[in-house]
Write a protein that binds this ligand. Structure first.
Ligand SMILES: [Zn+2]
Ligand SMILES: [Zn+2]
Length: 198
């Protein structure tokens, strides 16, 4: 799936498209499409219909052998499976749900040895963490959420902040200078959009 080349304004929520994930339907679709595409090809390969009981069973199988699937497929499987302890989507339960924390930890532990769950770039790693954080806002501090909501739409285009940029952004949020962070992101947008193919 080719990534968007430009950061555009969401016509539904007015944020940079993706920043309203997962509550804004337009932002949701713009981000989720990259996970969905890989899941759909798996469904097709297995001859399973979306929304069926077999799809849920397939999600269980994927999680039992997660090192054999791309990270996007592992993430979608977690979304489809309910946590046996808290009943939320797996990994998305309350902060004190041990099973959710374990599932999330197991999933992202595979990022480290490159090549498991498919080869993953640093941008994809950030995108993955961002999606998990935005899907489970109750597990995170308001500052963390602000930083990820502002960063996520830019990550969708393949952009990645340097460590220094990320630290500077977080420092601005912590200091309550969200507007300065937003202005920095608009400069990033101008740079991304300038380098987009016409
Ligand atoms: Zn939106
Ligand atoms: Zn749970």
């Amino acid at each position: 799936m080719p990534r968007p080349q430009r950061v555009e304004t969401c016509q539904t929520c007015g944020l940079a498209r993706g920043g309203g994930y997962p509550t804004c339907p337009e932002c949701y679709a713009a981000a989720e499409v990259f996970w969905r595409a890989d899941w759909e090809s798996l469904l097709q390969a297995e001859g399973i219909a979306a929304g069926s009981e077999d799809e849920r069973l397939l999600a269980d199988v994927v999680l039992a052998e997660m090192d054999q699937h791309p990270w996007t497929v592992v993430d979608t499987a977690m979304t489809l499976v309910r946590c046996r302890s808290c009943g939320a989507e797996l990994g998305g339960g309350p902060s004190d749900c041990f099973e959710c924390q374990l599932a999330f930890g197991n999933a992202i532990a595979y990022d480290i040895p490159a090549g498991e769950q498919g080869v993953m770039t640093a941008n994809e790693h950030a995108l993955r963490i961002g999606r998990h954080i935005l899907r489970a806002p109750h597990q995170h501090s308001p500052n963390i959420l602000t930083a990820w909501r502002l960063t996520f739409p830019r990550l969708l285009t393949g952009w990645l902040p340097t460590t220094e940029e990320a630290q500077r952004g977080m420092a601005l949020v912590k200091a309550g200078k969200t507007e300065a962070f937003e202005a920095a992101m608009r400069r990033v947008d101008a740079m991304i959009n300038r380098s987009a193919q016409p």
